[in-house]
Design a protein. Structure first.
Length: 254
């Protein structure tokens, strides 16, 4: 029985004859990786997710698993290098016989971790590629804009307007976000401040000030707090006499 790949640094997989049944070749690869088919079957599957990756071109054949491996080879994560070191030890003509989950099990990585590596590498490399293409193509786009602006008639009106706005020759409309000179973005959108909920006294003060401002009066220094029922009861004497009716005056007899 061959030594598993994870038990030694370098292992050579015997090249079986192309006429060998697929089941025998697959069993030989499982034995070489040191994993079982039942172990791989019980692992969460991600092959169907990776197969949805589009190719680099409409007619290219580098979509799916191949595209995922391209992203992994451009990643600097140690787990990605660990996975590729196991994957690359299998002969190129036999790698497709095993699912991607088998290589995850052989490299002691979960399928969730591999999916995170592919997703992170995809985001990072796609963003870098987009920025590179935009910056590299921008001089040609500007040159085409200038050529169209120099055209006679109404064909280059929009291009001339764009160049005039960029140079500051004509006023720029007050839009939400303004790009000045291509290097600075000015955001003119209204900023909504989120404040704390004020207390009753502060709310009374603000209402009184707003009311006085409309009447042309001076702003009140502070709102008079309403006495509470406890304070009112405390201020009253304990044994306050009940109010008595005034005695009637005697009638005057002449």
């Amino acid at each position: 029985m061959p030594t598993p790949i994870r038990a030694r640094k370098r292992a050579r997989t015997p090249l079986l004859h192309p006429g060998t049944p697929v089941s025998r070749r697959r069993a030989q690869l499982y034995s070489t990786l040191g994993v079982t088919e039942a172990e791989v079957a019980s692992t969460p599957q991600i092959t169907h997710i990776l197969k949805e990756l589009p190719p680099t071109a409409p007619r290219a054949k580098d979509g799916g698993i191949t595209r995922a491996l391209i992203f992994l080879r451009g990643s600097g994560e140690p787990d990605a290098k660990k996975f590729l070191s196991i994957y690359d030890q299998i002969p190129l003509t036999q790698r497709h016989l095993l699912p991607i989950e088998a290589y995850c099990a052989a490299s002691a990585l979960t399928t969730k971790r591999l999916l995170e590596l592919v997703t992170g590498a995809c985001f990072e490399q796609s963003s870098a590629t987009t920025a590179l293409l935009a910056k590299a193509s921008h001089p040609n786009v500007v040159a085409a804009t200038v050529r169209n602006a120099l055209m006679w008639g109404k064909d280059g009106v929009r291009d001339r307007e764009m160049l005039h706005k960029h140079a500051g020759f004509i006023p720029v409309p007050k839009t939400n976000v303004l790009n000045v000179g291509g290097d600075f973005n000015q955001d003119n959108r209204k900023q909504i401040a989120i404040g704390e909920i004020l207390g009753i006294e502060e709310t009374q003060t603000r209402i009184a000030n707003r009311f006085n401002e409309r009447l042309g009066l001076a702003a009140s220094v502070g709102a008079t707090a309403l006495p509470s029922a406890v304070d009112t009861a405390a201020d009253e004497p304990a044994d306050s006499p009940e109010p008595t009716q005034p005695e009637p005056e005697p009638e005057w007899v002449p």
